[in-house]
Design a binder for this molecule. Structure first.
Ligand code: C2E
Ligand code: MG
Ligand code: MG
Length: 666
């Protein structure tokens, strides 16, 4: 029951009780005033009766002794005396009775001779006690007139003889109290109305107060409920994207698994991670990072079906529970749709971001029956997708857990790799697009891991990046490449330019420029032999600082290029600001260049812009003659790819440099 209802009930009861009390008080008051009126009139009537007795009895001898022969009474005289006595009083009628109740005189002559012996008031009076009664008369025969609708008080008064206390007769005096009675009634009515109004007023005030209190309490209740609801919502939802969070995920997956157990169907768990999100967040700032997460969430929400549930697990990680449909086929389709939806660049504050996701999936009951393990397995599969080059999906396989523990082993092995001298540099020639002459080489890191053989950077660079080891390894690469140039020069060969890949973490270090300087000086080579391959993300990280650093490097005579161009995050306009010499078009645009119109358009845009800006273009990943021929017709000065040479050991480069023209065959 609401407070208002309770209050109303209470008020209603109090008002009813109030009304009963007031009515009883009014009734009491009424009977008291009536009694007082009767008593007052009785006194007045008694006085009048004494006056009458004094006036009449001495003049009408033996009046009260009359028993039968009333003829002897001088009615006219009595009438006159009565009239004189009651003139200007409220007395309207007078009767005189002897001890036996016979009416000896009445101002209404028709009553003379009647017997009042059985009358109660008469009996009381004859017993010595005056008695009065109030009655309402429609018609009343008064002295010399007839009255209508009157309140009459009739008083029986004992009359005693002068010298003895014996009661000789009874006077009955009628007085008209209509006016008094009505006045008293009017006063009662007014008091009643006043009290009722007061009660009503009090009720209204109380009602108003109760309503106000009720609305305050209701508002407080509503606020409390809303706060509780908010708290619940916050506990189960992610603030940034509004998606249900990890807690919701665990609960919902548990429910889904219970249903699946009962009804014997499968459940798919998908684990998504935005590729390189940390870099975007670090480079562009948290506001942009947040916006990116929101926009990515919106895309994901559009792609998933109504029956699929999307969650944000934290950071850049999302999960989807797929409960309906044909599994595992439907999860794979969903993963494809997600990868597809992410292909369009996301625009934030004028920057276009190519956002990709890596997806891992596990299926109940095939991959496990518990919530924790299904998630772990999906996550392991997601890591596998990352390892395989990101922007793809993987189903969980039991080997993945072994791979995860292998990663841990690899991490500790990598920590010792520098000290153990396990890293090697291979070099991939870069050739002139027109003449096929070698114009330089890219230094590419390899890890000659004991008992594992040569490991490619894709497998271990992400771990080096994660563990910050990349800074030390990067320094080793730079110094080694510079020393290699020295070695070739000492052999009388001209390597022209050796490019070294620089990770953003390395570039961000304060002493990076000094490191480059010291590497060149230590090797004793002109700075122009070294080119640094930077990534787009690094350029936009605290851009003014980055541009400053690039200028300093350029002033040393170092060449600068942007690696993997087109896959990153910069808007093309940004290029105008950068003091760079080369753009290296990512090989993903080159691989289908002879068949994919979209790739042709991208390459055309990049080359046109580079030409305008006077920046040279290098195409990576040239594998076929067709690609080569296509590219040499464009504004593209250098080519690099398996078509000309795979990355090879330094000694092989020395041989190649003896006959510097590559390709035209292979
Ligand atoms: P990247 O800088 O874009 O290097 C080019 C990659 O493309 C090399 O892979 C090279 O072997 C490969 N490649 C060249 N031509 C072709 C081709 O025709 N077809 C195909 N399919 N691939 C081709 P690699 O050596 O596995 O290096 C992978 C990535 O690892 C590099 O990409 C670079 O980003 C990174 N990396 C390599 N060495 C270093 C290093 O010393 N420091 C840092 N920070 N990153 C490095
Ligand atoms: Mg490179
Ligand atoms: Mg590249």
């Amino acid at each position: 029951m609401t407070l208002m209802l309770k209050t109303n009930r209470f008020l209603l009861i109090s008002v009813l009780v109030g009304l009963v009390v007031v009515s009883s008080l009014l009734l009491l008051y009424r009977s008291m005033t009536t009694r007082a009126l009767i008593e007052q009139e009785e006194r007045a009537n008694t006085n009048i009766s004494y006056i009458l007795a004094n006036m009449i009895l001495p003049r009408v001898e033996n009046l009260l002794d009359q028993t039968e022969s009333l003829d002897k009474i001088d009615f006219e005289l009595v009438d006159r005396l009565v009239y004189q006595a009651v003139m200007n009083t409220s007395v309207t009628k007078v009767k005189i009775m002897n001890r036996s109740g016979m009416v000896l005189y009445s101002s209404d002559p028709f009553q003379v001779g009647e017997s009042r012996y059985t009358n109660e008031s008469f009996h009381s009076a004859i017993g010595g006690v005056p008695a009065s009664s109030l009655s309402v008369r429609e018609r009343f025969k008064a002295i010399h007139s007839e009255l209508r609708d009157r309140h009459i008080i009739a008083t029986h008064i004992p009359i005693r003889s002068e010298n003895s206390q014996r009661i000789n007769g009874v006077f009955e005096i009628y007085s008209d109290v209509t006016h008094l009675f009505r006045t008293s009634m009017l006063i009662q009515l007014q008091i009643g109305i006043a009290v009722a109004l007061c009660l009503l007023l009090i009720y209204l005030v109380l009602f108003k107060m109760a309503r106000r209190a009720d609305s305050v309490v209701n508002a407080q209740n509503a606020e409390r409920l809303a706060a509780a609801e908010r708290e619940r919502y916050q506990a189960y939802h992610d603030q940034l994207t509004g998606l249900p969070n990890r807690i919701s995920f665990v609960e919902r997956l548990d429910e889904a698994l219970n249903r699946a157990r009962r009804e014997d169907f499968m459940v798919g768990v998908m684990y998504l991670d935005i590729d390189r999100f940390k870099m975007i967040n670090d480079s562009f700032g948290h506001d942009e990072g947040d916006e990116l997460l929101r926009l990515a969430t919106r895309r994901l929400s559009h792609v998933i079906r109504e029956s699929d549930l999307l969650f944000r697990m934290g950071g850049d990680e999302f999960t989807v529970i797929v409960e309906r449909g044909f599994l595992p086929g439907d999860v794979a389709h969903l993963a494809q749709r997600i990868l597809q939806a992410m292909r369009e660049p996301i625009e934030i504050k004028g920057h276009f971001f190519m956002v990709t996701v890596s997806i891992g999936m596990s299926i109940y009951p095939k991959d496990h029956a518990s919530v924790e393990q299904l998630v772990k397995n999906a996550e392991a599969a997601m890591y596998r997708s990352k390892q395989k080059g990101r922007n793809q999906y993987c189903f969980y396989t039991p080997e993945m857990n072994t791979q995860a523990s292998e990663r841990l082993v690899m991490e500790s092995a990598l920590q010792q790799a520098i000290g153990n001298d396990e890293f090697v540099l291979h070099y991939q020639p870069r050739v002139d697009s027109q003449t096929s002459d070698i114009v330089g080489a890219e230094a590419l890191l390899r890890w000659d891991r004991p008992e594992h053989g040569m490991i490619l950077p894709g497998e271990f660079i992400p771990i080096l990046e994660d563990r910050e080891l990349i800074v030390d390894v990067g320094e080793w690469v730079l110094r080694t490449a510079a020393r290699q140039v020295r070695e070739w020069l000492d052999m009388g060969l001209d390597p022209k330019r050796v490019s070294v890949n620089v990770s953003s973490r390395q570039f961000r270090k304060r002493n990076f420029i000094n490191l480059v300087k010291s590497a060149i000086e230590e090797a004793g080579i002109p700075a122009g032999y070294i080119e640094l391959e930077l990534t787009e993300s690094l350029l936009l990280d605290n851009s003014s600082h980055a541009i400053e650093a690039m200028r300093s490097l350029k002033s040393l005579g170092i060449k600068l290029s942007i690696d993997d161009f087109g896959t990153g995050y910069s808007s093309l306009n940004y290029l105008k600001l950068l003091p760079i010499d080369y753009l290296k078009i990512d090989r993903s645009f080159i691989s289908d260049i002879t068949s994919n119109a979209r790739d042709v358009a991208i390459v055309n845009t990049i080359t046109t812009l580079a030409e305008e800006l006077g920046i040279e273009v290098v195409a990576e990943g040239v594998e076929t003659r067709g690609q080569w021929e296509f590219l040499r017709g464009k504004y593209c000065q250098e080519l690099q790819g398996y078509f000309f040479s795979r990355p090879v050991e330094a000694s092989e480069i020395a041989q190649l440099l003896h006959r510097p023209r590559l390709a035209s065959g292979q």
